[in-house]
Design a protein. Structure first.
Length: 176
């Protein structure tokens, strides 16, 4: 029974190992830190997506209000510039899309979803009412493709392609 002699020695070594706590905090941190950092980045990314969406919504509302109170109808580039002046602190104007449609009084408002089969369909129009002081309903929509970074960790907000979230803002107004 030579193996029985080594059992007490092994048990003493295990007890001694259990008593030493010098590196336990570092080991615990090494186990928890990647999960914590991934969660922290995911929270920051969600906050940025919501902030950018709110910025786009506010910029669209303000630009549509200014645009529709003018006496002369503006060009599509002018309206896009109005929106860009309000959102350029966080969003790039190069990838901003604008869709303006007008609907006759009493007509059904039919707005198509720009996402078809997981990709953005670029069918945006710029259609003003015949007269800006008419009773037409003008629906102004702006879209921005927000790049996502924390998508490989099992948390994916993308709805357009891989790693991109389409932010949308809509304003429905009736010029007076």
């Amino acid at each position: 029974m030579p193996s029985c002699r080594f059992l007490p020695i092994a048990l003493r070594a295990l007890r001694g190992f259990r008593r030493h706590r010098r590196g336990s905090a570092a080991v615990e941190f090494a186990l928890v830190a990647p999960i914590f950092i991934a969660l922290l980045f995911a929270i920051i990314e969600v906050a940025l997506v919501f902030f950018a969406g709110q910025l786009l919504e506010t910029g669209t509302q303000d630009a549509a209000r200014v645009f529709l109170t003018q006496t002369n109808p503006a060009l599509a580039e002018d309206f896009k510039k109005l929106v860009c002046n309000r959102v350029d602190m966080l969003l790039s104007c190069a990838t901003l899309r604008v869709d303006v449609q007008s609907f006759a009084p009493g007509a059904a408002i039919d707005i198509k979803n720009p996402i078809v089969n997981g990709s953005l369909v670029d069918s945006f129009v710029y259609q003003l009412p015949p007269h800006l002081n008419s009773n037409y309903t003008v629906v102004v929509r702006t879209f921005y493709q927000w790049p996502l970074f924390v998508t490989k960790l099992g948390f994916n907000l993308s709805n357009v392609g891989e790693g991109t979230r389409l932010l949308a803002a809509t304003a429905a107004l009736r010029p007076q």
